[in-house]
Design a protein around this ligand. Structure first.
Ligand SMILES: [Zn+2]
Ligand SMILES: [Zn+2]
Length: 365
């Protein structure tokens, strides 16, 4: 079974022929159709995030069920599925209280399967981890059945792949925020796959203003067809000054940092109105800190939160997004601008890192 393996940080992924075990109880085998080229994979490749190695990366994708293990009753061969990079255990505190996207058992066991063992090994018998218990830069994935969400036939496998990470992360952060209201004004920092999704999430809520902020003019231009009402190039003008100007001196109701860095998060916080909401969605480098002015936080009654994988149950966000796609209220297919075969995966990540991919790139199997 061919897969792209990360053996060490700051090295190319290597296409290797791995040995794959059959699915065990509550597990399935999925033929991968598409896998997204996401910054979260790049962070692991360059060491700014950590996973044990060797590991098959790839956490955003779609596939088709080819085999089910014992006790799997909700999936069958032929089902087309969204892949979730958080498999919920169903019985921890977070699963029981309605936030299975934060499942503590999933986090504890990490890049192995729930029985604490591996399904992949090299020809020399060295065991290989799977990112998010799925590892989608591979022809097949043996994973927990909870990782798979079946989709209706009118949803394309490209759209399904994006729902697996960037669409759910960006749209969910907005529509599942407990204080969100129709007609609010938004600033979206970062216009990659998550940022464009967030813009569409804001549009879904009939936002009064959707201000896109990035440092790349081509990416800013691209956001206009998804609903941005204003664009700001933060490399040439101050986003905070400009956002205050656009909002008549008040600031936006809600700002999202979809990029993930101290600078963009601090800008997001400074661009919201008194009593407004700043949400950090993108992942900064491990250990990075943001500076918050303690007095402003109180006097301006600012709200700063994080949002992981759409804020609530990711399967529930999948359902909402699938329905919105069926009603033509969202256009995820058009976010995909480039496709690469598995053999060109290192070129795909070089292009992502250099900013050459506008929208989202997919690995096509
Ligand atoms: Zn991702
Ligand atoms: Zn759990």
């Amino acid at each position: 079974m061919k897969a792209a393996v990360l053996n060490n940080i700051n090295q190319n992924l290597e296409i290797e022929n791995l040995i794959q075990e059959s699915p065990k109880e509550n597990e399935v085998k999925v033929k991968i159709n598409f896998a997204g080229v996401c910054a979260s994979d790049a962070h692991i490749m360059d060491g700014s995030a950590t996973l044990p190695k060797p590991v098959v990366l790839g956490h955003e994708g779609s596939g088709t069920i080819v085999e089910v293990g014992s006790n799997v009753r909700n999936l069958k061969p032929g089902d087309r599925v969204i892949m979730s990079f958080v498999s919920n255990c169903g019985h921890c505190f977070h699963c029981r209280t309605g936030i299975p996207n934060l499942c503590s058992e999933n986090l504890r066991i990490g890049s192995k399967l729930f029985d604490d063992t591996f399904r992949l090994k090299k020809q020399n018998n060295q065991e290989v981890y799977q990112m998010g218990k799925i590892g989608l830069f591979a022809e097949y994935s043996v994973c927990p059945s909870q990782a798979c969400y079946p989709i209706p036939k009118e949803i394309s496998l490209e759209t399904a792949a994006l729902i697996g990470c960037c669409a759910t992360t960006g749209i969910g952060a907005i529509i599942n925020h407990q204080n969100v209201k129709t007609g609010m004004s938004f600033a979206i920092f970062g216009c990659g796959g998550v940022g464009i999704s967030a813009i569409q999430g804001a549009k879904l809520l009939n936002a009064s203003k959707i201000i896109a902020v990035d440092i790349d003019d081509e990416k800013l231009e691209f956001t206009k067809k998804f609903g941005s009402t204003h664009t700001i190039n933060a490399a040439t003008e101050s986003p905070i000054k400009k956002i205050l100007e656009i909002t008549f001196g008040n600031g936006v109701d809600m700002a999202l940092d979809t990029f993930g860095s101290s600078g963009t998060s601090e800008n997001a916080l400074e661009s919201i109105r008194r009593g407004g909401y700043a949400v950090i969605v993108g992942l900064a480098n491990e250990g990075e800190k943001i500076q918050v002015d303690a007095v402003s936080l109180v006097r301006k009654q600012l709200n700063l939160t994080g949002s992981y994988y759409g804020t609530t149950s990711s399967h529930e966000t999948f359902r909402t997004i699938v329905n919105a796609c069926r009603n033509n209220q969202l256009d995820l297919n058009s976010i995909v601008t480039k496709k690469f075969p598995l053999e060109k995966i290192n070129i795909a990540f070089n292009e992502l890192n250099s900013g050459a991919i506008t929208g989202r790139g997919l690995i096509e199997f």
